[in-house]
Design a protein around this ligand. Structure first.
Ligand SMILES: Cc1ncc(COP(=O)(O)O)c(C=O)c1O
Length: 392
């Protein structure tokens, strides 16, 4: 028995706020009835506002991986080439999924410490005179590294090369945490899910669909059944779904959109930026290194911290879990043991961040990791600055 709240400071799934838990804790209703139709319409319209699009958004009972698959099978054909960038573990997993679907992937290598290099995309597209590349697929916020990519720059590079490839963006850990504009940035398909900035439990995946992607779906030949957009797009306008939707998660989604809009999306993004800056000040104060290499690519949703040579991040995480009941994100893939990740997204406030950083500082001491005491103080000093005095 552990008293008090567990600190779930992994970069997703994130803490589910009480308002959403209460919204979910209702009797399940008939998904073909009038009350549900209203819930369906309201949540789909709410998702459009969160994705910042007037185009269609569809949702499936699935995790983010299902939404990745839905994006590809609706728009591409066997053997099509997809240009992807190895920004980290999630870009790598998305690449693997594409290969298993029978797509050919041109995977631009990277050191995992940088975001997408738009110039590299431009060079690949300009060299592709035969137009074999059918899509560019990039991760907006690499949850494995704490590095974001500049999506408008990727779009510009694509426009300047005059190449017709579709643009797919994974916004799984940025939606509801970092400014993301599906329509303004002219993304063709955006992929996201419920369990991160949307503050919901895992279980829902989303595709925001642009007009060109929709047109491509008419001739795409990858096999699709469950993931087919068409039955969704047929039934959704009336608030219904072709299969049984995650009804209670939709109650939660309605509440999540209300919460995001009561705060205002711009304020939500500014809040995340401020938490990220405070976290980085703590890391600097501890004398530890950030994994992300470039300040203009620092993630507002999470911070990956490099372990000092000879020390294992998983051993530190184990001490912090056992002693202080806090979960931190593990290093994934090639970063296993080398970094730990502090999630600071979703339903989160100054004191939760203070507690999180205190847990890390106590853990560093308890695990006998060499560090400088007082990183927390640097973060607290920043958080205590008068509201409006910090430029975000
Ligand atoms: C950026 C990103 N993309 C995709 C995924 C995969 O989503 P899921 O684990 O929900 O299938 C994750 C999961 O953490 C993620 O962070």
């Amino acid at each position: 028995m552990k008293s008090g709240r567990h600190f779930l400071q992994i970069p997703g799934p994130t803490n589910v706020p009480d308002r959403i838990l209460r919204a979910i804790a209702q009797p399940t209703i008939d998904h073909r009835g009038p009350a549900f139709a209203e819930l369906g319409r309201e949540t789909l319209a709410g998702l459009q506002r969160v994705f910042q699009t007037t185009g269609a958004v569809v949702m499936y009972p699935c995790s983010g991986t299902g939404a990745w698959e839905a994006a590809f099978v609706n728009t591409l054909s066997p053997g099509d080439t997809v240009l992807m960038v190895e920004t980290g573990q999630f870009a790598t997993l998305w690449r693997d999924l594409a290969v298993r679907l029978g797509l050919h992937v041109d995977f631009i290598p990277s050191d995992w410490r940088h975001g997408v290099d738009a110039a590299a995309i431009a060079a690949k597209l300009s060299a592709d005179k035969a137009r074999v590349i059918k899509a560019v697929a990039v991760v907006h916020n690499e949850t494995s590294t704490g590095v974001t990519s500049n999506i408008p720059a990727v779009r510009r590079a694509m426009d300047e090369s005059g190449h017709p490839a579709l643009l797919f963006v994974d916004a799984v850990s940025s939606l509801g945490a970092i400014d993301y504009r599906h329509e303004e940035w002219r993304v063709d398909v955006t992929i996201s899910s419920s369990q991160k900035g949307m503050m919901l439990p895992p279980g829902m995946g989303f595709n925001a669909i642009g007009a060109n992607a929709l047109a491509a779906s008419a001739s795409a030949r990858l096999p699709r059944a469950y993931w087919d957009w068409q039955p969704m797009l047929r039934d959704n306008p009336a608030g219904f779904f072709p299969t049984t939707p995650a009804i209670n998660l939709l109650f939660g989604l309605r509440e999540a959109v209300r919460m995001l809009e009561e705060e205002g999306l711009a304020n939500v993004f500014a809040r995340h930026k401020r938490f990220a800056e405070a976290t980085r000040r703590a890391v600097a104060g501890w004398g530890l290194e950030l994994w992300a290499a470039c300040p203009n690519e620092y993630s507002s949703a999470l911070t990956a911290v490099v372990m000092p040579e000879g020390h294992d991040a998983d051993a530190l995480r184990k001490v912090i879990l056992e002693r202080f009941d806090m979960s931190l994100g593990a290093g994934l893939g090639r970063l296993k043991g080398r970094v730990f990740r502090i999630g600071h997204l979703g339903d989160f406030n100054d004191l939760m961040l203070a507690g999180t950083l205190a847990g890390v500082e106590m853990g560093l001491a308890a695990a006998e990791v060499p560090f400088i005491r007082g990183g927390v103080t640097a973060a607290l000093d920043y958080l205590a600055l008068p509201a409006g005095s910090v430029r975000l």
